[in-house]
Design a protein around this ligand. Structure first.
Ligand code: FAD
Length: 305
């Protein structure tokens, strides 16, 4: 029986595991890889080495600690978490894709989010070479460059508003109409923004790095626009299905946690991007991972008292 099983090997899961190990808990981290989205890095022509501290560097030490302690991690995907009532109280059985099942007294969910994709040819090859899914992370790299933001919602408007003060020109390609809002008015006040409502990006063009995009209107009229940065801000999909029947989710399916990473169910904790905690950044996820581990430790102490 484990004390804690951590689902996910990104910044939140890795730091949670390190803190559980410090507390001498019997811990197992289950993930298909270690590092999560902190492994991702943006490369731009003429800008190698610009990011002085990368997310990857921040989580490297936590990752190497766990790589060394191979009894505390397995490479697998969790497919189900089943609560089981025992005489001593509720425990959880964590089942994996490879057919393993592990009983545990507590679970920390740190499965992250999936950014919605553009669905254009060779999208995966261009990710990190001018194509980004996070303006919060990469907008500062696009100083005086031509950039595009794709999306019609609040996320896209925020990204465009952030970029407009950095980039030379910003094209907001909105698949839907963009409703009037204070953010839209603010964006309208800049003269280096072009809004293309009811347009779609059909292709990205690159020669190592993105250099232009083809956009199409609803009648199929196409134009090629030079851009070196494309920010896909169509929304995020939290990987919360595993616990959807066990804990409360918010309307966008983020796991609702309190300020100690407790979910609505005793014994299940959550940390990082998959939760309703404000914003998606490596530093935030690592702090939340530490907090979830300490909260799980307190929970186990009380169980044993
Ligand atoms: C393209 C991109 C670039 C970014 N760049 C930066 C940046 O430069 N700086 C910055 O601070 N932030 C950046 N971010 C945000 C940052 O990467 C995230 O906030 C951070 O990685 C979140 O950590 P996490 O541990 O919550 O989730 P993730 O890093 O997403 O890790 C989730 C983990 O859970 C695993 N997992 C998922 N489902 C299962 C399952 N069923 N079973 C087992 N394991 C599972 C995954 O394999 C992964 O190991 C970027 C995000 C994106 C999408």
């Amino acid at each position: 029986m484990y004390d804690v099983i951590i689902v996910g090997g990104g910044p939140a899961g890795l730091v949670a595991a390190a803190y559980c190990l410090r507390k001498r808990l019997e811990v197992l981290l289950i993930a298909p890889e270690l590092g999560g989205k902190a492994n991702y890095r943006m490369h731009l022509a003429g800008l190698e080495g610009f990011e002085h501290i990368t997310g990857e560097e921040i989580v490297r030490k936590f990752r190497s600690q766990l790589q060394y302690l191979d009894f505390a991690r397995i490479r697998d995907m969790v497919v189900e978490i089943e609560p089981v009532e025992e005489e001593s109280g509720e425990i959880f059985v964590v089942m994996t894709e490879k057919g393993n099942s592990f009983p545990t007294r507590a679970v920390i969910l740190a499965t992250g989010v999936e950014p919605m994709r553009l669905h254009v040819p060779d999208e995966e090859l261009m990710a990190g070479r001018g194509l980004s899914y996070s303006a919060t992370s990469h907008a500062p790299l696009f100083w005086e460059r031509e950039a595009a933001v794709i999306g019609s919602g609040d996320l896209a408007l925020r990204s465009a508003t952030e970029l407009v003060t950095i980039a030379k020109r910003v094209v907001l390609v909105a698949p839907e109409s963009v409703p009037e809002s204070p953010l839209k008015h603010k964006l309208d006040s800049y003269d280096n923004v072009t809004l293309l409502e009811k347009h779609h990006v059909t292709r990205l063009h690159a020669n190592g790095y993105v250099h232009s995009m083809t956009v199409s209107d609803t009648s199929g009229n196409e134009q090629e626009i030079p851009v070196t940065g494309v920010f896909v801000e169509l929304g995020l999909h939290p990987y919360s299905d595993l616990v959807a029947d066990l804990v409360d989710l918010d309307p966008e399916r983020y796991v609702i946690v309190d300020d100690r990473c407790h979910t609505s169910r005793s014994g299940i904790f959550a940390a990082g991007d998959v939760t309703n905690t404000y914003n998606e950044q490596v530093l935030i996820a690592t702090g939340e991972g530490a907090k979830a581990a300490l909260a799980a430790y307190d929970f186990l102490l009380e169980l044993d008292a």
